[in-house]
Design a protein around this ligand. Structure first.
Ligand code: NAI
Length: 480
């Protein structure tokens, strides 16, 4: 006899654990299958985001920013610190304890919401009369479970390049790059995207000489061009070295003296053969959906040509009662997008009619300054032939930003030329990840730039720059 649940969720990352909690809140009997093992061997909830993604990387960002602030910026405040040093083992232990607190927090939430955690790997077995059987293969054997509603939330894994063996030591993806036991004097990064920039910045602040090799000829192509230009200028000034438009060739590990080094052979944008020698290499060239061993075919499902599980706008697969959410389906690979889809699916199963406006999902890159945006960028509006107005305001003219020693960057608001509806907001600044939330709310409510301009913003605060940028769409910025 198999255990029967109302809702069975496969995967306990942000998409799956949030779907589980929301379904439990709505009165369903929920089970969630998860097999993740923490480095200490314990099973852990939270998936990539909590264990080896968003949460640990932000812990390291904060440590490295604190170190750099003490070294580079404390002097401006009249504070002198001699011999600032970083204890890498302590920094990693702090990161690990934050991860553990967060993953244990989800275990608590599961208990609170009476969600059954099935420990093991889930794979489809059969579909019978609107009910799905799934096998959970665990340490001590396997069990069959059954549910009328199955939510696939199996996430994604790092894409590796053919011929480049990731050993999580000399050559790492996002996982190994969170655990370097010392600061590599020379760090190479293949892929100057989100992970490459965030983790490259961490190790640069701690002392690495960081070179990023990027295949695309443009930098941060998904950003508004004015933001990517500004970011390139600022990151270069910080000391990150970029080579754009390269073609990666052979990657070798060899011993020089007593030291193991990595050689990356590549062709630069001018067609010349180059070699980058480094002490560690991060490969951050995107992620691929994770459907390994799910046995989708057992119930008649298949992935598309890019490996994603096809779903409709409500995250339903071609099978009634089977949904897929998060990184394993189309759309940006962002934790909060997965969370939103988790809530959406749980509520649809309960007969509610929620909706996600994917245009209003904010994006963030946690560099310093941070980059965040929501909605359309100027390139997209131009390509669509939209008539729009632009308002831009720099943080340099904001008292709070100067007080914080964070004068870099700007907010740019794009609004429809006729209706004034906000079409996109693009920020590069300290705290952009928090500032963008106002823009996301405004866009969800179809606000105009006039609406933002009319709303009282606290003074002094970074948020005033949002208001000034909104005013600037009508050439009414007050402090410029
Ligand atoms: P990405 O898509 O952001 O960047 C990958 C970069 O590698 C691109 O610039 C691409 O042009 C380049 N590339 C691809 N193949 C290459 C090759 N053969 N040689 C040289 N360059 C090559 O992917 P990334 O940074 O690995 O991150 C993966 C995913 O994780 C992203 O989709 C992102 O959404 C998500 N993520 C989000 C974060 C956030 O929201 N702050 C943080 C970290 C990851």
């Amino acid at each position: 006899m198999s255990q029967v649940f109302d809702v069975l969720v496969i995967g306990a990352g942000p998409a799956g654990y949030i779907a589980s909690i929301r379904a439990a809140q709505l009165g369903f009997n929920v089970a969630c299958i998860e097999k993740w093992r923490a480095p200490n061997g314990e099973l852990a909830l939270g998936g990539t985001c909590l264990n080896v993604g968003c949460i640990p990387s932000k812990a390291l960002l904060a440590s490295s920013e604190t170190f750099e602030d003490i070294q580079e910026h404390a002097g401006a405040h009249g504070i002198s610190v001699k011999d600032a040093r970083i204890d890498i083992a302590k920094m990693l232990a702090r990161k690990d304890s934050i991860v553990s607190k967060m993953t244990k927090g989800i275990e608590f939430l599961f208990r609170k919401n009476k969600i059954t955690w099935l420990k093991g790997h889930g794979k489809f077995v059969s579909a019978d009369d609107g009910s799905y059987r799934v096998e959970v293969v665990g340490e001590s054997g396997s069990e069959l479970v059954e549910a009328r509603h199955v939510i696939i939330a199996t996430g994604s894994k790092a894409r590796h390049l053919p011929g480049i063996a990731v050993d999580q030591h000399l050559i790492s993806d996002n996982e190994g790059a969170l655990n370097f036991d010392s600061v590599p004097p020379r760090l190479g990064v293949i892929g100057a995207g989100v992970i490459g920039l965030e983790l490259g910045s961490v190790w640069r602040r701690l002392g690495s000489d960081v070179t990023l090799l990027e295949g695309a000829s443009s930098f941060l192509g998904a950003c508004d061009e004015s933001v990517s230009k500004e970011a390139f200028k600022l990151f270069t000034r910080q000391g990150l070295k970029f080579s754009l438009g390269v073609q990666i060739g052979e990657v070798k590990t060899l011993t020089k003296g007593k030291k193991a080094v990595v050689e990356v052979h590549y062709v630069d944008t001018a067609g010349a053969a180059q070699v980058l020698e480094c002490d560690r290499l991060i490969v951050s060239v995107g992620r691929i959906p994770n459907t390994d061993g799910l046995a989708l075919d057992a119930v008649g499902l298949a992935t598309d040509e890019r490996g994603f599980i096809p779903v409709d706008e409500h995250c339903q697969t071609r099978l009634p009662g089977v949904y897929a959410i998060g990184d394993v389906v189309r759309g940006p690979m962002l934790a909060h997008k997965g969370e939103d889809e988790g809530v959406l699916v749980a509520e649809r199963i309960a007969g509610q009619k929620p909706h996600i406006d994917y245009n209003c999902i904010p994006w963030v890159i946690y560099t310093h300054p941070e980059i965040a945006w929501v909605g359309q960028n100027e390139q997209q509006l131009k390509a669509a032939g939209r008539d729009y107005r632009t308002g831009q305001f720099p943080f340099m003219a904001n008292g709070r930003a100067l007080g914080m020693n964070s004068p870099d960057g700007f907010v740019k608001v794009l609004a429809d030329a006729k209706t004034d509806e906000i079409l996109g907001v693009h920020i590069i600044s300290a705290g952009a990840s928090d500032l963008i939330a106002e823009a996301a709310v405004a866009m969800e409510f179809k606000a105009s730039s006039e609406d933002i301009a009319r709303v009282s913003h606290p003074h002094p605060s970074l948020s005033e720059v949002m208001r000034e940028a909104a005013l600037a769409t009508d050439k009414r910025a007050l402090n410029m």
